[in-house]
Design a protein around this ligand. Structure first.
Ligand code: ATP
Ligand code: MG
Length: 630
């Protein structure tokens, strides 16, 4: 029996039984939980690598997120919004519904039609989900760009999607500063003539220049009519394009459909988060990433849930901001990332312990493997040993979770650092190079063997790349590019990116295993490892370590302790050649460690696409650590 055998009392065994006997009719049944305008003729049209779900059915995402709640939940808060500067707003389901219909009329008056693309470059303010849902209402495909991106990165994405309308704001708050978003957009679209209009929300009231293309949100909305019936769209109608985090290379424009995607989210939101009418849900992800699309916008709204939406940096004005928000809004379900948790841990236990976190009943993690040490801290210090933790593995491409504990469905023992089991309806294996399943407890590649409703339609405008990236390594199976292990209980352990796997003297070692070992040392807050070629061993391992606050120990002593730790916990084979102590690691703007940059620097190679890099200073620091050694 696991020491973490804690659940929420749900024990539905039928769902898994139904799913394993016939996954197509299983999803057919789940889809009926949504409101359709007309039903489908065929549940799944599977023409590998293209899947069409609920063919012939018509549906609208905005209708399912808003209209269906107007009878019983019109006055229920949908969004409890907290600005970084302390502003706050409450929007009920009725407020959201009216605003979305007004904006749909505005967009229509600017010539937006079904099938057009609209780029949204907004901070985390309610106008962001309102814009997405207004697009969905018309059948225009939204493409949200994270509000931290530069003009060049935005230009690439707008050119790729050919959006004729851009929705932005004068500015947004980040760490107390005003980020001048409108200026960035002016720069990005200066020679993109196909962009016809820019709609500007006034959030920070900084001075902006307005051209004839520019329209102020408030002026447009003030005159707009608040009724706009939702378009009846085909189930496969493209809901959005979203570019991936760019952890492994150039971001890919992932295209998602409507009926399948909504079915996947409706189901996983209920199974994973056990959502109840009384819950206050808080996902810290920015809507600029898929977690925000799926579990800030669509998942909670489909269920008529109340959620907290936060505008700024999680550690501003100090590292207890999140705990303050949980206390203030009595958050019951909290969903965040390992990178944020490692940051919070770095500041010790006194901060979270000084807040009332007793409203929490369920915790979640997403984005990277969660180090077992971090999991235990989350469980004990934040969840007070009473909240199950779900470690949810998925990707932009998968639309929603594919591996996660599901406390809303069943109670299973949790294991710190394991994502546990696939969601119902999915066959997932761990395989070798030739696609053969490897024995239990053996490392290999994660492989998804059947289609699922949330899966991407394709990569925007590039069916060939879609095939090549995901479907060419193993026939008719989806290759996520992650390295994993399945233990003898059938639990999955995600070990990092397949590209990042280290090969030392013929042994394959996952980056997650090594990094978790380093992070379990008392003085270490974060770490990243990578390999550099070596004539004898194939590869040698180097590690970058960020220490916790106030560690004063001598680094040569620490280096010795860490080497011994790796030797004891993993084995002599994994001994690091060199450990560098740095103040930060290079990360994507979504918080993921970019090991490919470390590797490129260590190998003296060019570092490739860095449009999603959070902070160039981290790269310079690593570069100088290497230069010093040369
Ligand atoms: P790109 O594909 O452009 O390199 P990315 O893979 O970081 O970027 P996302 O789609 O945001 O873009 O992230 C999905 C990836 O994040 C997964 O493939 C996996 O490597 C990692 N990941 C997400 N959740 C988890 C988790 N719970 N455990 C382990 N890894 C996770
Ligand atoms: Mg990826």
């Amino acid at each position: 029996m696991s020491e973490f055998n804690i659940g929420l009392g749900n024990n539905d065994t039928q769902t898994r039984k139904d799913a394993s006997s016939d996954f197509v009719s299983f999803w057919d049944k789940q889809a009926k939980n949504l409101s359709w305008f007309s039903t489908w003729e065929k549940t799944l049209d599977w023409n590998p690598p293209f899947a069409k779900w609920f063919v012939g059915g018509t549906i609208n995402a905005s209708y399912n997120a808003l209209d269906i709640h107007q009878k019983n939940k019109a006055e229920k808060p949908a969004i409890l919004w907290e600005g970084e500067n302390g502003d706050s707003r409450v929007l009920t389901y009725n407020d959201m519904w009216k605003q979305v219909q007004k904006l749909a009329n505005v967009l229509k008056s600017l010539g937006v039609k079904k099938g057009d693309r609209v780029t949204i470059y907004l901070p985390m303010i309610p106008e962001l989900p309102i814009s997405m849902l207004a697009c969905a209402r018309i059948g225009a495909t939204h493409t949200v760009i994270f509000s931290g991106f530069s003009a060049a990165a935005i230009k690439d994405r707008i050119e790729d999607s050919k959006s004729k309308i851009v929705i932005t704001a004068d500015g947004g708050y980040r760490r107390g500063n005003v980020i001048k978003l409108k200026e960035v957009i002016d720069d990005a679209i200066s020679d993109l003539d196909f962009v016809q209009n820019v709609i500007v929300v006034e959030r920070t009231k900084n001075k902006i220049s307005l051209s004839s293309k520019d329209k102020l949100w408030n002026q447009l909305m003030g005159n707009a009519f608040d009724v706009f019936p939702a378009e009846k769209l085909d189930s496969t109608h493209p809901l959005y394009i979203l570019y991936t985090s760019g952890t492994t290379g150039k971001p890919k424009g992932v295209l998602h459909g409507t009926g399948g995607y909504l079915t996947h989210l409706h189901s996983t939101f209920k199974w994973a988060f056990d959502i109840k009418d009384s819950d206050v849900f808080f996902c810290t992800a920015d809507i600029g990433w898929v977690t925000g699309h799926s579990y800030v916008v669509y998942g909670p709204l489909l269920h008529g849930a109340t959620e907290v939406m936060y505008e700024g940096a999680p550690d501003f004005p100090n590292a207890s901001r999140m705990w303050g928000i949980i206390e203030k809004y009595k958050v019951t379900i909290f969903y965040t990332t390992p990178t944020a948790l490692r940051m919070f841990m770095k500041f010790g236990n006194d901060l979270p312990n000084s807040f009332d976190l007793s409203s929490l009943r369920l915790l979640g993690s997403v984005g990277e493997p969660i180090n077992p040490e971090v999991w235990r801290w989350y469980f004990k210090i934040i969840g007070k040993e009473k909240c199950p933790i779900i470690d949810t593995w998925w990707q932009t491409e998968t639309g929603g979770m594919l591996i996660s504990a599901l406390p809303g469905l069943e109670t299973i023992p949790l294991k710190p650092g394991s994502g546990t089991l696939p969601i119902p309806g999915l066959k997932i294996s761990v395989v070798d190079e030739s696609g053969n399943e490897v024995p239990a407890n053996t490392k290999g590649y994660l492989l998804i063997k059947n289609p699922w409703p949330g899966m991407l339609l394709t990569l925007w405008g590039d069916d060939k790349k879609y095939h090549d990236v995901y479907w060419s390594k193993y026939k008719n199976c989806y290759y996520p590019g992650d390295y994993a292990l399945k233990d003898s209980d059938g639990y999955f352990w995600l070990l990092g990116r397949a590209d990042d796997v280290l090969k030392v003297s013929g042994h394959r070692i996952g980056t997650a295993e090594l990094e978790s070992c380093l992070v379990s040392h008392n003085d270490v807050a974060e770490s990243a490892v990578c390999g550099i070629p070596d004539e004898i061993k194939g590869e040698i391992i180097i590690a970058f370590v960020v220490l916790k606050q106030n560690v004063t120990k001598d680094v040569s002593l620490l280096e010795k302790e860490l080497s011994i730790k790796i030797r004891n916990d993993i084995g002599a084979i994994a001994t690091t050649q060199q450990i560098y102590f740095v103040s930060k690691l290079p990360k994507t703007r979504s918080g993921k460690i970019m090991r490919r940059l470390l590797k490129a620097i260590a190998n003296n190679e060019t570092i490739g696409d860095v449009s999603t890099l959070e902070d160039g200073a981290a790269v310079s620091e690593i570069q100088s650590a290497f230069d010093e050694l040369k």
